[in-house]
Design a protein around this ligand. Sequence first.
Ligand code: COA
Ligand code: ADP
Length: 199
Amino acid sequence: MFLIGLTGGIASGKSTVSHMLSELGAYIVDADKLSREITQPGKPAWEEIIKRFGLRITHVDGKIDRKRLGQLVFADRQARADLEKITHPYIEAAAKDAIAAAAECGFAVVVLDAPLLIEVGWHTKVDAVWVVYVNEQTQLARLMARDKSDEKAARARMNAQLALKNKLKYADVVIDNNDGIENTKKNVCKAWQEIKGIF
Ligand SMILES: CC(C)(COP(=O)(O)OP(=O)(O)OC[C@H]1O[C@@H](n2cnc3c(N)ncnc32)[C@H](O)[C@@H]1OP(=O)(O)O)[C@@H](O)C(=O)NCCC(=O)NCCS
Ligand SMILES: Nc1ncnc2c1ncn2[C@@H]1O[C@H](COP(=O)(O)OP(=O)(O)O)[C@@H](O)[C@H]1O
């Protein structure tokens, strides 16, 4: 099994590219999705988050109000570090399980889609790092359009991550996503053909 670590900045196009890779036959392990699963009410991470942040960050049914928690942690570096300290070990364990299950199932290529792959050090545990790249202006515009957010909120999220251009030096493959979707598809197909020789 060949493990690709797919990363980039927020709204650089990771989900778009991972969807293309899924259509080509890869199995996708999505760290954002796992982060939602491990924080469901009653799970150990949920308990720890409530202990740290209080019930003010939950909805009436006990589920975490992600919008509220997001506003809090993207405005406060220490709060974000505390949240990451709680969630990352659980996300990592869940990702390991999902990768192992996909390998056992016979998938030749597994993609770990993780926005913080490099920041957390997971890039050292994959066979290849793919970075989805867009310039900063395009990233900001796509983020604001997708999340219907203003520039301040969008920049707060972008600034919570290693600048996208600084991720390029960790990349084995760079997928340029500045132009239209069809162009990105061509870039993904080209990189896919190149790794096909390996598996
Ligand atoms: C803060 C939080 C509650 C906000 O929830 P949300 O509004 O539903 O947002 P999402 O979880 O969908 O994340 C949106 C984006 O924020 C960014 N983001 C999430 N957590 C981040 C963090 N700790 N630091 C920097 N950026 C982060 C990601 O880029 C993410 O996804 P995208 O690149 O695919 O667009 C939630 O992101 C969280 O619990 N984060 C901590 C867990 C974590 O670090 N996840 C990333 C795993 S590698
Ligand atoms: N090549 C592209 N051209 C135009 N819009 C794009 C392109 N790639 C992605 N988008 C849009 O940009 C936004 C961010 O892309 P997404 O794949 O969700 O990024 P990420 O998963 O990295 O956060 C989405 O609204 C998506 O539809």
